[in-house]
Write a protein that binds this ligand. Structure first.
Ligand code: CAA
Length: 410
């Protein structure tokens, strides 16, 4: 039987920093960020936006036309957890009005937990094909001002409806896996910023790719040339280039023209180049970018590599379904990205330095543009979320936003 992705949508925060601006302030050559890392902009969430509001926004769109009563489980993947106990997915469950029978829980293994969610969801719908699962992955990538990781920051969420009627991509059961205990990237509970051994993390990523691919080949017998397009986890888009050249070399395709190899990944990079890293969401925002960027992938097989530092990796594959273009949310994504507002360096730094209170006092967050959900405030250590009533097509309120940002600079 078939099972796979019925719908996919992503959400990016309304604010971004142009990496040319960041390069100027850090005394770096802009081409280091634009060409060396392959990044152009990075998303910055305002204080009334978090993994819950971003995840709910992505899921709201992905569920368009899907009967919520058929959602059996919501799997929420993140490495920017807001609570050690309560799953962020429970808030999303409430904001979306999912049925009380629908389970909701949280998954963790760095950027790979979204794929752990997809694999669990596939197992569920293969067992009970009348049910659907909703996988939501949402993260804020935060490294620290002035660190080498700073230009690879970003934020975003993605939501995938997994079902036995995959209108977009039917995912194969067989997949390759690789797990190894390494310290390439981690974030202890007492820190807001990740710690990373940057160069080492790239080495481990590539080693995990080799090993997960070898296991995938053992399980499936497939070859490099059986795949028309490739999606990689995207901490920064240049990483996909490194990964794809690495895989091509490993499989005896290293001598193929550079342009031929790049054409196999280029469409998957468009969104991430302007959103930045979104950890668990990043790979699947890349998949949305690929599907929405090419109109003639009917029947083509995709190779999908998921990497989570620490580390666990998985190599998946799937076949793009006939007529998939009719089920995408490309216009919605284009409008969302077009409407974003650019921050000055000072505005970015002020938002970065903003912290929610941790003493349990009552606190109202300043109102920014946040899509259909926002974090209204906190009280007695409880997060308070609200829905925003607005038409789908209503434009952003630029004037109010400017005031809210100015409030952080005051
Ligand atoms: N013009 C063009 N290119 C330039 C340039 C210029 N003026 N100046 C430098 N470059 C190139 C460099 O040659 C280099 O290219 P190569 O990789 O091909 O050698 C590239 O720009 C980056 O330059 P550096 O290596 O000098 O950059 P850096 O040391 O300052 O940091 C980084 C790079 C290690 C990736 C850092 O941004 C970082 O730590 N990022 C976070 C960690 C990360 O993303 N790791 C990826 C694997 S782990 C993972 O995938 C999980 C996850 O999501 C975090």
């Amino acid at each position: 039987m078939k099972a796979g992705i019925e719908s996919i949508s992503f959400y990016a925060p309304h604010y971004f920093v142009d990496l040319r601006t960041l390069a100027r302030r850090r005394g770096a050559d802009p081409d280091k960020f634009l060409k060396g890392l392959g990044q152009e902009k990075m998303g910055v969430p305002p204080p009334d936006e978090d993994i819950v509001t971003m995840g709910a926004n992505a899921a709201r769109q992905a569920l368009t036309g899907v009967d919520p009563a058929t959602i059996d489980t919501l799997l929420f993947a993140t490495e920017s957890g807001i609570d050690q106990s309560k799953a962020a997915g429970i808030y999303v469950h409430h904001l979306l009005g999912l049925p009380s029978r629908c389970k909701a829980y949280e998954l963790k293994q760095a950027c790979c937990s979204s794929t752990a969610g997809v694999l669990a969801a596939l197992a569920l719908v293969r067992q009970e094909p009348h049910k659907r699962a909703l996988v939501v992955a949402s993260d804020v990538a935060r490294y620290g001002l002035g660190t080498p990781g700073e230009p690879t920051q970003g934020a975003g969420a993605v939501a995938l409806v997994i079902s036995a009627t995959p209108k977009l991509v039917a995912l194969d059961i067989e997949h390759g896996s690789y797990t190894e205990d390494v310290m390439d990237f981690w974030r202890p509970n007492y820190r807001e910023e990740a710690l990373v051994d940057g160069k080492y993390s790239i080495k481990v990523y590539l080693r995990a790719l080799s090993e997960a691919w070898r296991d995938y080949v053992r399980q499936t017998g497939r070859r490099f040339e059986d795949h028309a397009r490739f999606c990689y986890h995207l901490p920064f888009t240049r990483m996909a280039e490194k990964a794809h050249l690495h895989l091509a070399k490993l499989t005896g395709h290293g001598e193929e023209p550079y342009e031929t190899l790049m054409a196999q990944i280029e469409s998957s990079l468009r969104y991430n180049r302007v959103v930045g890293n979104s950890y668990t969401a990043s790979l699947y925002i890349g998949l949305a970018s690929l599907l929405e960027g090419e109109r003639d992938l009917d029947g083509q097989r995709l190779g999908i590599f998921s990497y989570g530092s620490g580390c666990m990796a998985a190599y998946l594959s799937g076949v793009v379904q006939k007529g998939y273009t009719a089920h995408l949310h490309a216009d919605h994504h284009k409008r969302m990205l077009d409407e974003r507002v650019e921050l000055s360096f000072e505005e970015y730094a002020a938002l970065y330095e903003h912290h929610l209170p941790t003493d349990g006092s009552a606190y109202e967050t300043a109102r920014h543009e946040t899509g259909f959900f926002r974090l209204a405030g906190l009280n007695e250590h409880k997060r308070i979320y609200e829905k925003i009533e607005r038409a789908d097509s209503e434009p952003a309120h630029a004037e109010a936003e400017r005031k809210a940002i100015a409030g952080h600079l005051a």
